[in-house]
Ligand binder design. Structure first.
Ligand code: AOF
Ligand code: ZN
Length: 347
């Protein structure tokens, strides 16, 4: 089997495709590190070794492949999804590892947006190694879409999720809000929560709705770790609130400044915030330009009064409206219930 495979010759594009596949291995945690794959090819195009990064603190993809290749790496072509790092973080710099191993060429897809780690390409070139970038860069970036954007912004990426009636309400006049969306939409929310490392709400939402803010209903998903629950605001909270149970850790931040909240979470190595409301907190993030993605479930329901999905944004004329770009529309069907429309937008 091994002999048969090593005899196959891959083009550089095929090897990069394989590296991307390795990067996206399902056993790899999504946070806080990027997912990275590496294939070492001989000059003839046969695979010498494959590697991938299995999460913070474990060897980087290049190191993983080089560890397996040993002496066979000499003269090889390293095909990597992300620019080899240049820093000593939790592990050593990959650029130097590649130089020491004696590889002849390095092809990477995406430049490293992390200012602390970038610069590997120059180090490799300075050591006389041929370096090329950009091969399947978009496909590679897609594996780390949120990580890449967050790293460029140097703050966590924010996805704002809300369910709404046709008239933009998230609760009736008496405060009742269960259930606006259908069961399938709620299950979809849990899938999305599992892809984040923070679930955030305002103190009002905890006081009024008492949400659990945990990932449930999603046991077929890789993230076994519950996201951090973050409650933002100055309203006093009942000690018996569900967010204080032991199902997941919870952080309360008594502030109204979204930028400060994100700065603190970034320092905690958080990368993807799932903002679930309510209207005041959503408005604060939207007004500050700190929402990157919006996921909304529109239910065929009219209330005519009640809590708005988002509070006043200070917009008084149509020309000033926030206009996110629609990237996906889906109909969410649910047994014995009316369907919802799910819109995914980027700002
Ligand atoms: C990875 N895996 O395979 C490569 C990475 O201190 P560390 O070890 O956690 O370094 C993480 C940074 O290293 C990461 O943000 C990225 O910029 C760079 N390259 N990272 O986690 C890899 N090649
Ligand atoms: Zn590295």
């Amino acid at each position: 089997m091994l002999i048969a495979r090593s005899a196959v010759r891959l083009t550089h594009a095929q090897a990069m495709r394989r590296a991307i596949e390795l990067a996206a291995s399902p056993d790899v945690p999504l946070w806080p590190n990027p997912r990275v794959g590496c294939v070492l090819l001989s000059k003839r195009g046969t695979v010498i070794a494959e590697g991938y990064h299995r999460g913070a603190g474990t060897p980087h993809a290049e190191a993983d492949a080089l560890n397996q290749a040993g002496e066979r790496a000499r003269g090889a072509i390293a095909i990597v999804t992300l620019e080899p790092c240049n820093h000593t973080g939790r592990t050593g710099p990959c650029a130097q590892r590649l130089i020491d191993a004696g590889v002849s060429r390095v092809l990477y897809a995406q430049s490293d947006p992390n200012p602390i780690a970038s610069g590997g390409a120059e180090t490799l070139r300075a050591a006389g190694i041929e370096v090329e970038s950009g091969l399947l860069a978009e496909e590679s970036r897609a594996v780390n879409r949120v990580w890449s954007r967050a790293t460029e912004l140097q703050r966590p990426y924010v996805t704002w999720k809300f369910a709404t009636t046709l008239d933009g309400r998230s609760a009736a006049a008496d405060g009742t809000s269960r259930w606006i969306s259908n069961a399938a939409a709620r299950r979809d929310t849990h899938v999305r929560r599992a892809e984040c490392d923070v679930i955030m709400v305002g103190t009002n939402t905890v006081a009024v709705d008492d949400p659990s803010l945990t990932v449930r209903d999603a046991d077929d998903l890789p993230a076994a770790v519950q996201p951090l629950r973050v409650v933002v605001g100055e309203r006093a909270l009942p000690v018996h609130a569900k967010v204080f149970d032991d199902a997941a850790p919870t952080l309360v931040m008594a502030t109204h400044d979204p930028a400060m909240v994100l700065e603190h979470l970034w320092r905690m190595e958080k990368r993807h915030v799932f903002l679930e409301g309510g209207p005041t907190l959503a408005a604060a993030f939207a007004a500050a330009g700190l929402i990157d993605e919006i996921v909304t479930y529109v239910a065929p329901m009219l209330l005519g009064a009640g809590r708005n999905a988002v509070a006043d944004l200070g917009i008084s004329t149509i020309a000033d409206a926030l206009r996110p770009t629609v990237v996906d529309i889906a109909i969410i069907e649910s047994a014995d219930e009316q369907p919802c429309v799910r819109l995914v937008m980027e700002t």
